[in-house]
Design a binder for this molecule. Structure first.
Ligand code: ADP
Length: 511
């Protein structure tokens, strides 16, 4: 019971329990108008409504007491009136409904997540939604959901939200996540438990150290499909055993939802892959038949012409020249096809030897110099390292093939202006060399800049000036660069020019 000014006149032991208060005296020392609410409207507002309106008020609220006890309360505030009809005191009935509310919330969350399987577009969205919902009852600022692939023993992270780390996928072995999968049960690990796991060798160090980690397995038909984990880098008490139990319960319920969405996504991906490979096959056949027929027709046609009697020596030489060029073109297409099949069947890998990259670039520069100056295109070269520093361990044939291909493309797609080839040492780590081929040619539209690195793709299939090519060069270059441990990319302004660049590790051979 409290006066209309909020002073507590009397309280029972049940209230002490709810507030976490040590004594009746301590409880009486607080004023209900100063009750700090956790969320929703303040207790004081409700109290004043009761006093001013003289009516009974019923409400629920999340509340944190002076003694730091967090509860959800259901309250009745009943006004007690004096003879004149004015409210003098307020009789308060408070019930602790924390547990009931919590389980209602949990049920509600599970219901919403199960429903979201149909409402979300992909797995990432579903997991993001799951995180959002779980965030209502547990701190999910650092949250991830790892899916386990038994075959490759790896974990993939379709969704990861963390203040420190960011991964897409990682090998499962020796991770705390894998430990949960192996043990088939959840784990709440504070720094002591983590240390013990590290010391025992069960878990190797991985990611940024956290103060507390909580992970629960996701099971479908007794098979573990992944792990849902939360962690905190700032509060070692962020999660307790009750959270572990709750997360276990929720994960049991939502595993099927996640599994269904994943299966749906896998199926979609497989279908898209099959369609894509079908499309590529058709593109390949159409392209190949054109690419092989053109030089073949040249060879047959001009061979026929050669048979004519009375040809001059000059005519003969011209015809033979055409046949030779057509033959070269056929050979280069066949080489490309062989290369791409070897790459795709995994029969190709990098073969390292000592190579002087300045020599390679000088050779390419000389090779294109005459052709460029004939077309009126300025050819420039930029070598960043001295000849001594330019001897490195690399797959020389592959590096040469990539540089040759990029320069050939630059020359093919540039009518006037400039082509520059060169490389630099990537700062600040100096661990990678970055090669580039820059041109002032036709450029590539933004939306095609990723596609051109795929097999059989040309930036503009309908381009009437359709320059010869099977659309394999960049796909092969990309595969080669990746085999050497680098990355390839392009920056291009449509109509103005392109810069193709790629990196490779700088493994200098010291003289
Ligand atoms: P292709 O044999 O057709 O040249 P590539 O794989 O080497 O095959 O290149 C794919 C496509 O990328 C080309 O067809 C062309 O449309 C585009 N491309 C490549 N290099 C350049 C460049 N330097 N400038 C403009 N477009 C380019």
């Amino acid at each position: 019971m409290a006066t209309k000014n909020g002073e507590i006149i009397d309280a029972n032991h049940a209230l002490l329990e709810i507030l976490g208060s040590p004594s009746i005296e301590a409880t009486k020392a607080i004023n209900v108008l100063k009750f700090p609410p956790l969320v929703q409207n303040s207790y004081a507002d409700k109290f004043n409504q009761c006093v001013k309106g003289g009516i009974t008020i019923e409400f629920e609220m999340d509340y944190k007491s002076k003694w730091e006890k967090k509860t959800t309360l259901h309250s009745f505030l009943v006004p007690l009136k004096d003879i004149e009809g004015n409210v003098s005191n307020v009789y308060t009935l408070i019930e602790d409904i924390t547990e009931r509310k919590r389980s209602e919330r949990i049920q509600n969350i599970i219901f919403k997540i199960s429903n979201a399987v149909n409402a979300t577009e992909n797995l990432e969205q579903l997991i993001s939604f799951t995180r959002h919902e779980l965030g209502k009852i547990i701190d999910t600022s650092n949250f991830y959901l790892a899916l386990y692939d038994e075959q490759t023993n790896s974990l993939s992270l379709p969704f990861f939200k963390d203040s420190f780390d960011n991964f897409d996928s990682f090998p499962a072995e020796k991770t705390i996540t894998h430990y949960v999968i192996k043990q088939q049960k959840s784990l709440l690990a504070d720094t002591k438990v983590i240390r013990a796991l590290l010391d025992s060798g069960e878990v190797g160090r991985f990611g940024t150290d956290c103060l507390i980690w909580l992970g629960v397995p996701l099971k479908v038909n007794e098979r573990i499909i992944g792990v849902l984990a939360v962690q905190s880098y700032t509060d070692e008490h962020a999660f307790a055993e009750s959270d572990q139990k709750m997360l276990e319960f929720i994960s049991d319920q939502i595993s099927v939802a996640i599994y269904r969405k994943k299966a749906e996504e896998d199926l979609k991906e497989a279908k898209e892959k099959a369609e894509e490979s079908d499309r590529l096959k058709s593109a390949f056949l159409a392209n190949m038949s054109h690419e092989i027929r053109t030089p073949m027709n040249g060879i047959l046609g001009f061979s026929d012409l050669l048979k004519q009697p009375g040809l001059s020596g000059e005519e003969r030489r011209t015809f033979i020249d055409v046949i030779e060029r057509a033959g070269q073109r056929m050979l280069s297409i066949i080489n490309d096809i062989v290369d791409i099949s070897k790459i795709e069947s995994g029969q190709m890998s990098a073969v390292y030897s000592k190579v002087n990259i300045n020599d390679q670039l000088n050779f390419i520069f000389d090779f294109f110099k005459t052709e460029s100056s004939k077309k009126g295109i300025e050819l420039q070269m930029n070598l960043a390292l001295s000849n001594d520093e330019a001897t490195i361990f690399v797959d020389g044939d592959k590096l040469y093939a990539v540089l040759m291909n990029l320069t050939k493309n630059a020359s093919k797609y540039t009518r006037h202006g400039r082509i520059e080839i060169g490389y630099s040492l990537k700062e600040p780590s100096k661990e990678f060399l970055e090669f580039y081929v820059k041109d002032t040619g036709i450029g590539i539209k933004n939306e095609r800049q990723d596609a051109i690195f795929e097999r059989f793709i040309q930036a503009d299939i309908n381009d009437k000036m359709a320059l010869q090519g099977a659309g394999l060069g960049l796909a092969i270059s990309k595969a080669f660069v990746e085999m050497m441990g680098g990355k390839i990319g392009v920056e291009s302004d449509f109509g103005k020019g392109s810069t193709f660049y790629f990196t490779i590790p700088y493994q200098q051979v010291k003289a």
